[in-house]
Design a protein around this ligand. Structure first.
Ligand SMILES: O=C(O)CCC(=O)C(=O)O
Ligand SMILES: [Fe+2]
Length: 345
């Protein structure tokens, strides 16, 4: 087992958790997608006096970027980055191609349905089995080449989709590397540890296209339920429409407003472990919209799956035990939000 796909292959989820609804055909939110309004726990939808979050916006070209990134990781585990060098035409093309995919009729999209033990293709969120209610969401996951699926969807017109997604993954990988390097330098880690986190060979990346169709009653629906991302770092493009919210202790759910040409960068579980919890990992969710179909594009970046993850050796009192990256992903696939507490020392 050496890849993310293989890890998921060994942890199948049931078929009924994979097939999204034909959302456009609905004029009300069905019971299956109607979330409790006053749940005591994190799943509550109602956001009275929703605040905008104060997570910092960092200009990567500014001389102070490094300090600001280090501070943002410690304070929030999240920041937005501008002037990152990814061409905005490419980002727009990714949104255009994603919309082209999700606009296909359901029976077409289901031709590339992710299998129960698969990692890539069309389907509901992987976290679906952990919730009683279904999400107002459909997704498409890409790891490397997406040519097989794209040929099924558009036998005579798949090239633009593939070229766009390939180019975007290359840019995301480079940007993730530069950001990780900056972040790890602020932690003062050893060269060996830097090599681990930055190894381009066998590093894992996954591109997740998220679609949140228009919803007749957004106050009942959940786009993507609260979760933390599992790998080291996530780079998210909100395509200009708000929906992303973070859970801030003492404040509750706060919206992360989209900023033109910015990526939201957040610490994932593996970086939280490596930083010995110095960098928090934020629970986040996505809500939906009554009049607009929202697209978001997440790139998840991780180290080689067969490598070990543990708190950096610079921490004298590690608060997590060491384990293989793939072992952690298996724990997460089985226990979801309890995975981190299961490896606490
Ligand atoms: O759509 C969003 O804003 C959030 C997406 C997300 O959290 C994810 O794909 O892991
Ligand atoms: Fe996420």
């Amino acid at each position: 087992m050496t890849t993310l796909s293989e890890t998921y292959r060994n942890h199948p989820i049931t078929d009924h958790h994979i097939i999204p609804l034909d959302f456009d055909s609905l004029d009300e939110v069905p019971e299956s997608h109607s979330w409790p309004q006053f749940d005591e726990h994190l799943n509550k939808i109602q956001t009275h006096d929703l605040k905008d979050s104060l997570i910092p916006v960092i200009d990567l070209a500014s001389p102070n970027a490094r300090n600001l990134i280090g501070q943002a990781c410690e304070t929030w585990g999240m920041f937005q980055v501008i002037n990152h060098g990814v061409p905005s035409e490419l980002v727009k093309k990714v949104e255009y191609e994603s919309r082209r995919l999700f606009a296909l009729p359901t029976h077409e999209k289901c031709k590339v349905l992710r299998s129960a033990d698969g990692a890539t293709g069309y389907g509901s969120a992987r976290i679906s089995p952990f919730f009683d209610k279904c999400m107002w969401h459909e997704g498409f996951t890409i790891m490397g080449s997406c040519v097989d699926d794209a040929k099924v969807l558009w036998p005579d017109d798949y090239q633009a989709f593939c070229d766009t997604m390939d180019a975007y993954q290359r840019h995301m990988k480079l940007l993730s590397h530069s950001l990780l390097l900056i972040i790890l330098e602020t932690l003062d880690v050893t060269q060996e540890e830097l090599n681990w986190a930055l190894s381009t060979q066998d590093s894992q990346g996954a591109l997740q296209l998220n679609s949140y169709p228009r919803c007749p009653n957004p106050s009942l629906a959940m786009g993507l339920a609260p979760h933390t991302d599992s790998l080291l770092l996530t780079l998210l493009n909100q395509s200009g429409l708000s929906g992303l919210e973070i859970f801030v202790e003492g404040s509750g759910w706060c919206r992360v407003q989209p900023i033109e040409d910015a990526f939201v960068v957040n610490v994932g579980d593996l970086l939280h472990i490596f930083s010995n919890a110095k960098f928090p990992v934020l629970s986040h969710r996505a809500l939906v919209n009554q009049s607009k179909h929202r697209i978001s594009v997440a790139y998840f970046h991780g180290p080689p799956i067969v490598s070990r993850v543990a708190p950096s050796s610079r921490f004298q009192k590690p608060c997590f035990r060491s384990l293989l990256v793939k072992e952690y992903l298996i724990l997460k696939a089985k226990h979801f939000s309890r995975a981190l507490s299961l490896i606490r020392t």
